[in-house]
Design a protein around this ligand. Sequence first.
Ligand code: SAM
Length: 210
Amino acid sequence: MTNTRYPQARIWNRFAAGYAKRAVDDPKAYQVKLDKTAALMTPDMKVLEFGCGTGTTALYHAKRVDRIDALDFSSEMIRIAKGKAETANAPNVAFHICTLGDWGTEHGPYDMIMAHSVLHLVEDLDATLHQVRKRLKPGGWFVSSTVCIRDASRILPILLPLASATRLIPKVLPLGAEGLQQRISAAGFDITEHWRPAQGKAVFIIAQAV
Ligand SMILES: C[S@@+](CC[C@H](N)C(=O)[O-])C[C@H]1O[C@@H](n2cnc3c(N)ncnc32)[C@H](O)[C@@H]1O
């Protein structure tokens, strides 16, 4: 399947098969994040996930909620996710090749939006956070896990933009956890939880739409 709609997803199409086979980096931390998310879920909820990759998280939560719309701009990621959904027998999870910005507001509003390992990859973080807020009901949950390279190392924020110029790796925003939280709050959220399993690891944030 080619992806003419999102040429910028080419690099992720190349990664998709390897990504699907790769073991989760830190299974204990991943399980804590799943559990904290599941604790907020109720059977009537409509959930949106963007940057869903091959669908592991959406499929894990499928049985806890009414419906999950899971988006990714990579056609290969979505092709693999759809295959996994068939095996998992999860008819209430719908996978779409789409960015958050292109996803019609008529599908919402949602009770929860999830963004795992994607906020540091978007073109415009504040516009993305605004899109998230717009698609959530008041009181709805925004659950995210984000790589903050500014906190991990002094050299990475300098090296990564150079490396991404080669187009061998994606562009990564030079985020720090504190600044990220401020920007989530400024987009219209109360942060109810932030958790980092260890120094340099992705920051997990639960925020509620005000
Ligand atoms: C690091 S992977 C994370 C996948 C999955 N959420 C996970 O936690 O395993 C990032 C995913 O976000 C997608 N992605 C990156 N930038 C995106 C954007 N601007 N809009 C939609 N999807 C995007 C990529 O195609 C990729 O599948």
